[in-house]
Design a protein around this ligand. Structure first.
Ligand code: N01
Length: 537
């Protein structure tokens, strides 16, 4: 028997936190396929998750749009028309809004409501969920669809920020009203994916743009022009094949590396391979060439050098180009895809400041002061990233068996068995939680959502009261996650992926950087083998 969908704060079968890609599909599966009573709580004023908040100028997807979507609804794949290779934020948001309407999801989503705590009652085998609007809901299953970044924006402690008299905005919580940058002196701090996306667009609008860069980045040109009418016809005609390939691929996209080692081919073949993929543009450059770029230092050096040379070729002023050339290996941070990023530094109205050489000292009332110069700024954009993974989770007071707090259970680093469950938190599922893959996210989300709804269906059919991760399986899995990352380029740079972007945060690897197809198979194999790695009671 399922609980009715009760609006008076009584009992439901499942509470889902978040109404982004994860929460929307989770609601559809649990309510429309299993017939459960479900409540979704969303802190934002609309559905869309990360695509609701990240509306800074230039925000767009940097996975290929045709594969950055749900795969399960073949009619939706035919109906929906993407306008471009890497859709802009408003288009992805309207896709998710359309999805919510298509499946009539909104009636079970409570917006503008943040879950503040969730506590497990062992006697009753139920969670009590409390929101910031004072509502209390009892639920059997607690499912987090809060993503890795969501609302945990990171604002560095720069002296003087409170006294700064200009406007300032973080890219991750950009205002809904247009921010007029015309005729303004704008500063951008940060050159990760968000900074690299917004810098060219801001440069077009501002009177003058000053970019404060701490670490230079590699970036791959998007080449939007390569997605023409023929391209889209082919995509629509071949979607079955696209998903079949994506589900067994290394990173969740419908292509593979070429099976060769970079040092196993001639210099000419290697160069030709990089040039060809560079002309096609996009993330395929990173994961569609040689198989060992992320694991072998010599192989990686060839691609890193290729990209460094591209920066020097693009940026006309050699001194500026020198500041923009990264020293860390390509793929030791999440790859970035851009639209005319490096070309922007050829403009006379754009200044690049290397804040490693001359650190920011403070914000004055009217600008940014580094160790040697004060830059007058009217609008400051903080593209400074997120307190990833733990930020969204620790923003909720989650208490499992014996009142153990998630914040304590994860004190040595966040952990979950195959990204799905943590020991001592029974009947709590974490969609793309720690230990999950970080390739093409919608397909990883689908894998987890389908696993969770199958699991809940199995529990109902077999009268199983509780499920949680086996602590040994969880420990072994996170050790494998760490080992995999340590043997790869990912150990060679600091970033949000290993927690090193937040001062004082414990460094930990929280994503599985093995093969996506193997990970997906493992998830479904554990289920087929009676939920091996989980404890059922
Ligand atoms: O954040 P980041 P992001 N002084 O952490 C700098 C996803 N995403 O928002 O490199 C000066 O990557 C920091 O410098 P450094 C995607 O997964 C997806 O850009 O640490 N600078 C860095 O340059 C991405 O990886 C899309 O030395 C400071 C920047 O701020 C993730 O979000 C689009 C500083 C932060 O870069 C995060 O990207 C956009 C300080 N005190 C984002 N503190 C898609 O298209 C920080 N920095 C899907």
């Amino acid at each position: 028997m399922s609980e009715p969908n009760n609006r008076d704060g009584a009992a439901v079968d499942a509470v889902v936190i978040g109404a982004g890609f994860s929460g929307l599909y989770m609601l559809h599966r649990l309510r429309d396929q299993l017939g459960l009573g479900v409540r979704v709580f969303e802190a934002a004023g609309g559905v869309g998750g990360v695509w609701y908040y990240n509306r800074y100028p230039g925000a767009r997807c940097d996975s290929d749009g045709f594969a950055y979507c749900y795969s399960f609804d073949s009619q939706l794949l035919q109906d929906w028309v993407w306008h471009g290779k890497y859709p802009a934020q408003p288009e992805i948001l309207s896709y998710l809004e359309h999805f919510a309407d298509r499946y009539d999801l909104r009636r079970d989503i409570t917006l503008n409501t943040k879950v503040v705590s969730a506590e497990y009652d062992e006697q009753a085998a139920r969670w009590t969920v409390t929101t910031d609007t004072g509502e209390t809901v009892s639920t059997r299953f607690l499912i987090t669809g809060i993503g890795h970044l969501s609302i945990a924006r990171y604002v560095p402690e720069i002296p003087g920020l409170a006294e700064f008299e200009g406007e300032w905005h973080h890219t991750g919580s950009w205002p809904h009203e247009p921010v007029d940058l015309t005729g303004k002196r704008v500063g951008v701090i940060g050159t990760g994916s968000s900074g690299v996306q917004c810098i060219p667009v801001v440069a077009d609008q501002a009177e003058h743009l000053t970019v404060f860069q701490r670490t230079p980045q590699y970036s791959i040109p998007a080449r939007h022009e390569t997605a023409d009418e023929n391209f889209w016809r082919e995509i629509k005609a071949n979607y079955d094949d696209i998903w079949e390939k994506s589900r067994v691929s290394a990173t969740g996209y419908p292509w593979q590396h070429n099976g060769k080692r970079a040092m196993g081919v001639s210099d000419e073949e290697r160069q030709e391979t990089y040039e060809r993929l560079w002309r096609q543009g996009g993330v395929r450059f990173a994961n569609g060439s040689f198989r060992d770029l992320v694991t072998d230092e010599a192989a990686n050096r060839t691609v890193s050098d290729f990209m460094r040379e591209k920066i020097r070729e693009t940026v006309r002023d050699p001194e500026t180009a020198g500041k923009l050339v990264p020293r860390h290996p390509f793929l030791s941070r999440r790859p970035i895809v851009d639209t005319h990023y490096f070309e922007t530094y050829n403009r006379d109205d754009v200044t690049l400041v290397d804040v490693k050489a001359t650190p920011i000292v403070e914000l004055t009332r009217t600008g940014v002061r580094t160790e040697d110069t004060e830059y007058p700024i009217d609008v400051l954009i903080l593209a400074t990233g997120f307190d990833a993974v733990t930020g969204p989770y620790f923003g909720i007071d989650i208490r499992g068996r014996d009142g153990v707090r998630l914040i304590d259970a994860w004190k040595d680093g966040p952990s979950a068995y195959i990204g799905l469950q943590t020991a001592n938190f029974p009947n709590m599922f974490t969609i793309t939680g720690p230990g999950s893959t970080l390739g093409n996210l919608p397909i990883t989300i689908e894998t987890h959502v389908e696993w969770i709804s199958d699991c809940i269906g199995h529990m109902r059919a077999n009268d199983i009261r509780e499920i949680e991760a086996d602590p040994d399986a969880e420990k072994r899995w996170m050790a494998q996650v760490t080992e995999q990352a340590e043997q790869s380029m990912l150990s060679k740079a600091d970033s949000w992926i290993n927690g090193a972007n937040i001062p004082g945060k414990r460094r930990a690897y929280v994503f599985y950087f093995g093969h996506f197809g193997h990970f997906r198979r493992l998830c479904f194999d554990t289920a087929e083998q009676g939920y091996e790695g989980f404890v059922l009671s």
